[in-house]
Design a protein around this ligand. Structure first.
Ligand SMILES: C[S@@+](CC[C@H](N)C(=O)[O-])C[C@H]1O[C@@H](n2cnc3c(N)ncnc32)[C@H](O)[C@@H]1O
Length: 237
């Protein structure tokens, strides 16, 4: 069940490469590790995360879980927004978790290198993850979805982002990766794509309600997320 050390090593290598380039600004270095090229972007993306969560029912006093929380892009935005509740974030990389703890002292942040959700059965109102299944295999996604189902309360919600080749805006990531693998023979951190049908299948296997999808350019209910979004619920008891 433990996450392969080779995978963790690959992330750590990437992390130090990016952080070293930004040694004069450790905050920016960490923001770059999780994909924000500036601190302004880090904050505005976090604000969009909160808008998405609110659209999907986030209110005060909820128990929420941020899988692959990174250095706290969402946690810091929740704090800025004045949200009150029980937040737990988990990630495989200790330096990112330390940064979340430093910036959001009232929140719980954990290092977890197993395909588990660190929460009792039926205990969470909402579980979310942004740009995490984009780095995992479908099998790993399935393991986390099973665990998410277990940990959510009946009626609780799972919301996450993913990449799909059906979206022309996401194809560049795939094309650049093909080019790099062709040129170098290997590529570091995995960028992976899911199909909506696969997500429907995983949801059904776990017992979730039928997933509802939001296109990456859909700005009807919150600013466009760019990655595709999906939401599903654990059926109410
Ligand atoms: C692109 S970053 C996104 C971070 C955060 N979700 C955000 O949006 O700010 C992807 C995160 O997933 C974490 N990650 C990668 N593989 C993971 C795994 N198997 N379990 C949990 N987290 C993982 C990485 O360490 C990294 O922090």
């Amino acid at each position: 069940m433990s996450i392969a050390t080779a995978e963790t090593r690959e992330y750590t290598r990437m992390m130090w490469r990016k952080r070293l380039r930004d040694w004069r600004s450790p905050r920016l270095g960490l923001a770059r590790v999780i994909g924000s090229v500036s601190l302004e972007l880090f904050e505005s993306q976090g604000d969009v995360h909160v808008d998405v969560l609110r659209h999907h029912g986030l209110i005060d006093a909820m128990a929420i879980y941020d899988l692959g929380c990174g250095c706290g892009r969402t946690a810091q935005a929740l704090q800025r927004a004045g949200w009150q509740g029980s937040y737990t974030g988990a990630d495989i990389l200790a330096p990112l978790v330390r940064e979340l703890r430093r910036t959001c002292p009232g929140y719980t942040a954990l290092v977890n290198r197993n395909y588990t959700i660190i929460a009792p059965d039926d205990s969470l109102d909402m579980l979310f993850h942004w740009s995490v299944f984009t780095h995992l295999t479908p099998e790993q996604c399935m393991l986390y979805m099973r665990e998410s189902f277990r940990a959510l309360k009946p009626g609780g919600k799972l919301v996450f982002s993913f990449l799909e080749l059906e979206d022309p805006a996401h194809r560049g990531i795939f094309q650049r990766r093909v080019k790099r693998i062709g040129a170098n023979g290997r590529e570091g951190v995995l960028d992976s794509f899911l199909h909506r049908d696969w997500i429907r299948f995983f949801a059904e296997e776990c017992g979730f309600t039928a997933p509802e999808f939001t296109d990456g350019d859909d700005a009807a209910h919150h600013p466009a997320f760019w990655q595709s979004l999906v939401a599903m619920s654990k059926p109410a008891a």
